[in-house]
Design a protein around this ligand. Structure first.
Ligand code: ADP
Length: 381
């Protein structure tokens, strides 16, 4: 038995009542005291081999076994070594008795269970990751429901109007109101087209498929076009629309995207301003940046909402209460366009006087574009 244990790969030891080694197996020496011999270890204690903390805890366990006669079975402990990775062991210790049953020491056996513990820890980490993935899926599901609700409403409103006016046209034929009916149909069809365009843009943005097509551009010229495009809408709403453009050197931007950005900001300004109000667009240069700003005398945005208006689908309570149409996508898209140009977009607003959206674009963009900077930023949820 003694010969067998001496060679065994298992970590086996026998100790006397004072927890001094009487016997250790080859496996025990290999694991804890490589280089020493079994003879050298006899008479020594755990304090000669392990850290004080570890040795005291083992001594405490062994004294308890000697006191009570009760074994300690499968106790899993972490062992820390200097210069070696920590390990986990499962230890079973029993009282050692003489032929008459009196306790004369302890004996025990330990097994390295590091692989098992690591696997369990990995499983726990996986389970945690799954739980959090599950939560984000649930959140996505909620967003999807919200999205479907909102988009169906945004699709249905103009479609209902288009169908209604087509019916009117049919009833009245080419009567005096025909032009007005056709105008309404056209406006609603454009609104639908814009919504579908925004949704497409958003999905391309999310899959990182959109890249900028940089060209030498006259920003003031773009602003003139954007203002003229919005003028009929402003006139219909009896809103004065002004443009003030200073000299701006040509900049390298994606003109289609910047036009889209200006269109979004101007149409928002007109949309959220009560009839009789004013919207002003300015283009200028300030400290190495082109500055585009759109100011309105509209309903304003509460301080608490100012960060959130850039989130997709977010609309203020003031907008929904007044039943002002919109999808909550315009500013998300605008911010992504600005950031792809390495610029910034900020808002100042006051519920009594209106809002100002300011876009700053670096004038030097394009001369040394950073690789990867031209891919439109992905939208965060
Ligand atoms: P949409 O205009 O389609 O609702 P946006 O993303 O363009 O979506 O704007 C998000 C929200 O920010 C709007 O619903 C509105 O509540 C608020 N907002 C945007 N521009 C203005 C503005 N000029 N004045 C007041 N509120 C605004």
């Amino acid at each position: 038995m003694s010969n067998l244990l001496a060679c065994a790969e298992e970590r086996v030891y026998f100790k006397d009542l004072a927890s001094r080694f009487i016997f250790v197996s080859a496996g025990w020496i290999a694991a804890y005291a490589p280089g020493m011999t079994a003879e050298e270890l006899i008479g020594k204690t755990d304090f000669d081999v392990f850290s004080d903390h570890h040795a005291s805890s083992a001594l405490e366990d062994e004294q308890q076994i000697i006191r009570t006669g009760e074994p300690i079975v499968g106790k899993v402990e972490r062992e820390t070594y200097q210069g070696r990775a920590d390990a986990w062991v499962s230890t079973t210790k029993m009282p050692l008795r003489d032929p008459f049953g009196a306790i004369i020491g302890t004996f025990g056996m330990s097994r390295d269970v590091t692989a098992q513990i690591k696997a369990e820890q990995m499983l726990a980490r996986h389970a945690q990751r799954l739980t959090s993935q599950n939560e984000s899926l649930r959140e996505l599901d909620r967003l999807k429901d919200e999205f479907i609700g909102l988009v169906s409403h945004e699709l249905r409103t103009p479609l209902t109007s288009i169908i209604g006016y087509i019916e009117l046209l049919r009833e009245h034929g080419g009567g005096p109101d025909a032009d007005r009916f056709v105008d309404v149909i056209e406006r609603n069809a454009e609104r639908l087209l814009r919504l579908v365009g925004d949704l497409l843009f958003l999905s391309q943005m999310q899959s990182g498929q959109l890249v900028l097509d940089l060209r030498d551009t006259d920003l003031a010229g773009l602003a003139v076009e954007a203002v003229e495009e919005a003028r009929p809408y402003a006139q219909r709403r009896h809103i004065v629309l002004d443009l003030s453009a200073g000299f701006v050197p040509r900049v390298s931007v994606d003109p289609t995207r910047i036009a889209q950005l200006l269109g979004n900001l101007i149409s928002n300004a007109v949309k959220f301003t009560p009839e009789g109000g004013k919207v002003g667009v300015t283009v200028a240069v300030e400290g190495g940046e082109a500055v585009l700003s759109v100011t309105d005398t509209g309903i304003g945005i509460r301080a608490a909402d100012r960060e959130r208006i850039f989130e997709r689908f977010f609309r203020t309570e003031a907008a929904t209460r007044r039943v002002i149409p919109g999808s909550g996508l315009g500013l998300t898209i605008s911010q992504a366009i600005v950031e792809a140009h390495e610029g910034t977009i900020t808002v100042r607003s006051d519920e009594a006087h209106g809002s100002t959206f300011t876009v700053r674009l670096p004038l030097g963009l394009g001369s040394s574009p950073r690789p990867g900077a031209l891919v439109l930023a992905q939208v965060s949820a």
